[in-house]
Write a protein that binds this ligand. Structure first.
Ligand code: AGP
Length: 360
C-alpha cells in the first residue's frame, strides 16, 4: 500500500480530513463475524478493555458505553500494567483489546496472558492478518484506511465508533438496550460523518489559537465522564507533535493538586458539553478563571453561558452525550496540529516516536 499527501501539507492533516469517509466505512461493518453466541454474550459478567496510548483513551470511553448501553461491568487498563498484575480472569470475562497496528508488544503480551487464563477475546484492529487478529477469538475491523502519521487520528475516531457500535450490539443481545434506544443510536450515528465534516470545514480559528497560545510552555486539558479520556487524548496529541508539556485530567481532580499550576500563563482546554456534568464543568471553568488561567472551551453550539466565561470557544454541533466524545476528538487533533505547525515541528514524524511499538 502506498499513500501520498495529495493537496495536504502533512499526512496528519490529510488523515484528519479523511475521517468522515473513514467513519462511514467503519459504520458499514455489521458485525458479521461476531464469534460469540447469544448465550455466551449473556454469560459474560465482566469486560476488560486493554490498549496503549491513544487506543487506551478510546477504550476509556468504550468502558462507559459498555456499562451504560450493555449493563456489563467493565474495567479498562493499560496493556503494560495489565500483563504484569494478577488479573482475575475466567471464561466469563470478555477482554477487548484495541490496537490499530495489531503489533503493539505490550498489548500482544496482555492478550497472551488473557488467553492463558481462559478469557474470551475480541480485538479492534485496522489491519487484517496482524498478530492481534490471530490471537483473539474475534476481530472488529476499524476500517480507518492506511494511517501514515505517527500521531493516530482517524484510527482513534474509528475505534470509538466501533466501540460504540459494539456496546449497542452487546446491549441488544443482553436484553439491556431497547429497540427504541437502538434506533436512536443508529439514527444519530448515520449523521456522524456529516457532523465531523462540519467540524472540519473552518480551520482558521485553530491557526489563530496556535498563534495566540502556541508558545506557551504548558497546557492543561480538563473533561469529565466520557470526555475525560478526550482530555487525556488532547494532551497526548499536543505533547506528541508539538513537544509542549500537557496534562489531561478529570476536571474533578483539579482541586486535588493541578489547580496549583494555574496562573495567567496556563492555557486550559475545557471540554464542556451540555450533558449531566455540564454545571460541574462550568464551575471548574470558573475556578480556572478565578486564578487567571486562559480557558479555551469546547462546547455545544448555542451555549451562551460558556461564551461569557471562556476566553475562546470552539463550537461542536449539538449531539447526544454519547456522540459528543467522538466529535470532541476533532478539535483535540486540530489544535495539536496547528500548534505543532506554528512551532515548526516535524508533524508526521515526531522525535523519539514510532508508529507501532513492537518492543516492550
Ligand atoms: C498515537 O498517537 C500514539 N502514537 C500511540 O499512543 C499509539 O496509540 C499507541 O502506541 C498504541 O498503538 P496501537 O493502537 O497500534 O496499539
Amino acid at each position: 500500500l502506498t499513500a501520498t499527501k495529495g493537496e495536504y501539507k502533512h499526512f496528519m492533516l490529510k488523515e484528519i480530513h479523511e475521517q468522515p469517509d473513514a467513519v462511514l466505512d467503519t459504520l458499514r461493518i455489521t458485525l458479521p463475524d461476531f464469534p460469540f453466541s447469544d448465550d455466551r454474550i449473556r454469560s459474560f459478567n465482566r469486560a476488560i478493555i486493554i490498549g496503549m496510548g491513544t487506543s487506551l483513551h478510546a477504550g476509556m470511553v468504550g468502558r462507559m458505553w459498555i456499562e451504560s448501553l450493555a449493563g456489563l461491568a467493565c474495567e479498562v487498563d493499560n496493556s503494560s500494567e495489565f500483563r504484569y498484575r494478577d488479573a482475575v480472569l475466567d471464561e466469563n470475562t470478555l477482554v477487548i483489546s484495541i490496537s490499530q497496528s495489531g503489533e503493539t508488544a505490550d498489548t500482544l503480551g496482555a492478550m497472551d496472558l488473557a488467553k492463558s487464563r481462559g478469557a474470551r477475546q475480541l480485538t479492534l484492529c485496522n489491519y487484517e492478518g496482524t498478530q492481534s487478529t490471530r490471537v483473539a477469538d474475534g476481530v472488529l475491523p476499524i476500517r480507518a484506511g492506511l494511517e501514515i502519521s505517527v500521531a493516530g487520528t482517524k484510527t482513534f475516531v474509528c475505534s470509538l465508533v466501533t466501540l460504540y457500535a459494539l456496546a449497542a450490539y452487546l446491549g441488544v443481545k443482553r436484553g439491556y438496550l431497547s429497540e427504541e434506544r437502538l434506533a436512536n443510536i443508529v439514527q444519530e450515528l448515520l449523521h456522524l460523518p456529516e457532523m465531523i465534516g462540519q467540524l472540519l470545514s473552518d480551520q482558521s480559528q485553530y491557526e489563530r489559537l496556535a498563534l495566540k497560545y502556541g508558545r506557551r510552555a504548558n497546557f492543561l486539558f480538563l473533561g469529565r465522564g466520557k470526555n475525560y479520556p478526550l482530555a487525556m487524548e488532547g494532551a497526548l496529541k499536543l505533547k506528541e507533535i508539538s513537544y509542549i508539556h500537557a496534562e489531561g485530567y478529570p476536571a474533578g481532580e483539579m482541586k486535588h493538586g493541578p489547580i496549583s499550576l494555574i496562573d495567567r500563563k496556563m492555557p486550559v482546554v475545557a471540554l464542556v458539553p451540555q450533558d449531566d456534568l455540564y454545571e460541574k464543568m462550568l464551575s471548574n471553568v470558573n475556578e480556572v478563571k478565578a486564578r487567571r488561567g486562559s480557558v479555551v472551551a469546547v462546547a455545544a453550539e448555542g451555549d451562551k453561558h460558556i461564551s461569557e466565561k471562556a476566553d475562546e470557544v470552539i463550537w461542536i454541533p449539538k449531539a447526544s452525550a454519547n456522540i459528543t466524545p467522538i466529535l470532541n476528538a476533532i478539535p483535540m487533533q486540530l489544535l495539536a496540529y496547528y500548534i505543532a505547525v506554528e512551532r515548526g515541528c516535524d508533524v508526521d514524524q515526531p522525535r523519539n516516536l514510532a508508529k507501532s511499538v513492537t518492543v516492550e
